[in-house]
Design a protein around this ligand. Structure first.
Ligand SMILES: *Cc1c(COP(=O)(O)O)cnc(C)c1O
Length: 399
């Protein structure tokens, strides 16, 4: 039988008629932005992750921006984070005129190496912005005590981590409770559930939650929902600089359906990831990812490391020739032209991270992971036969 041309994408959102029906609800009702669907989505999301408060926003980048504002991050303050992340992580620090202080990653987890954090803390440090990269929880149990010792806010970039879990005092808890001060999620189609675009901020701090709700809507003193229902004329005021970071009710209605599917989506992703790991452990040339015993990843991406002698671009091209989409390892944002400037640092002055300049071009583990890792296709609808084809093609490409 002739080999038909495959089309195995890197991911596929899980939508069907239920999302279509949900999206039509607000459209037919006439209330299409930041109304009852958004309020219901926030409530259901908070319940799902076990958070006291959840505030919906336009995407995760705006969520991170508001989190930094609430944390009091301002001009020339420093925020400790990683370069080894989607560029939005570093970008949102610069939106506040603050300086991203980037530390290297642990080569096994692709997450921040907590041992590198304390030595880059200065009197200007305000926050630690840690990332649960590709859905794998970062080592919060090591990060939080450092933050507490130095009175730093912990912001979790949980863009990819909806449905991931961490063992906390012996109990499995959802990422987003949050364990730090605030956690930020994304509903971009590349993530595990999607509303097209969209974001969510969770926190236990009622004052911060109030602030998020104000800032996302131009810092308006009286929300539309209140004015709409008022029996008396109300004039709103604008006590500070706000933003339009609203989520629409159309997005929220879709998000509520997606949230119902989440347990099943995560279960399927975990089963497929376990199967990848089993199949790939037989294979020379690649090293599968590892999950620490205290973490349950949602496997937003499945990241394999190519061993020396196997060339990333060649492997990716050979897979693409067979109709299989992959992505290179997570980016190292500091290498992008947008960061070819002075406003980031690897630490306070010479030597803090082991380099001589205070602004090294060598975050060795970050760069090595970007250059030697490949993200393989993974989506809940993936068949075992498709997965076998990916593994066989990868074996071929690594030969
Ligand atoms: C996707 C992503 C973001 C940005 O999310 P948007 O919703 O697209 O703004 C931020 N951080 C990380 C780690 C991401 O993967």
């Amino acid at each position: 039988m002739a080999e038909t041309q495959r089309n195995i994408p890197i991911t596929k959102p899980c939508f069907d008629a239920r999302e279509v029906e949900a999206a039509s609800r607000p459209i037919l009702s006439g209330w299409v932005t930041q109304g009852p669907e958004v309020a219901a989505f926030e409530k259901e999301f908070a319940a799902h992750v076990g958070a006291r408060h959840a505030c919906a926003v336009s995407n995760c980048t705006t969520a991170l921006h508001l989190a930094l504002i609430a944390a009091g991050v301002g001009s020339d303050d420093e925020v400790i984070t990683v370069s080894h992340s989607f560029i939005a992580t570093m970008n949102c620090v610069r939106y506040q005129g603050a300086v991203p202080v980037v530390v290297d990653i642990d080569p096994d987890s692709y997450n921040v190496d907590p041992a590198l954090i304390e030595r880059v803390i200065t009197p200007r440090t305000r926050a630690i912005l840690c990332v649960h990269q590709v859905g794998m929880p970062c080592e919060l149990a090591a990060i939080l005590p450092i933050a507490r010792r130095h009175s730093l806010v912990v912001i979790e970039d949980a863009a990819c981590a909806i449905g991931s879990e961490i063992r906390w005092n012996g109990v499995w808890e959802k990422i987003g409770k949050p364990h730090g001060d605030v956690a930020c999620f994304s509903f971009h189609p590349r993530k595990v559930i999607s509303t097209g675009d969209g974001g969510m901020i969770t926190t236990s701090n009622p004052e911060w939650d109030k602030r998020f709700r104000s800032l996302r809507q131009h810092a308006m003193s009286v929300p539309d929902t209140v004015r709409h229902g008022a029996k008396q004329v109300i004039f709103e005021s604008y006590p500070e600089l706000g933003f339009n970071y609203r989520m629409t009710d159309i997005q929220a209605a879709v998000g509520r359906e997606q949230l119902k599917r989440l347990p099943e989506i995560v279960e399927k992703r975990r089963a497929l990831a376990a199967r990848y790991t089993k199949l790939l452990s037989q294979l020379r040339g690649v090293s599968p990812p590892r999950e620490p015993e205290w973490a349950h990843s949602n496997w937003q991406s499945y990241c394999v490391r190519l061993l020396p002698g196997v060339k990333q671009v060649d492997v990716m091209q050979q897979l693409l020739d067979r109709g299989i989409s992959t992505r290179r390892g997570i980016m190292s944002s500091h290498r992008e032209p947008a960061y070819a400037m002075e406003k980031w640092t690897c630490g306070p002055g010479p030597g803090a991270c082991g380099c001589s300049t205070g602004r090294c071009d060598r975050l060795p583990e970050s760069e090595r992971a970007t250059d030697t890792c490949v993200l393989l296709p993974l989506y809940p609808q993936m068949t075992q036969e498709e997965q076998d084809f990916v593994v066989a093609s990868l074996a071929e490409a690594c030969r």
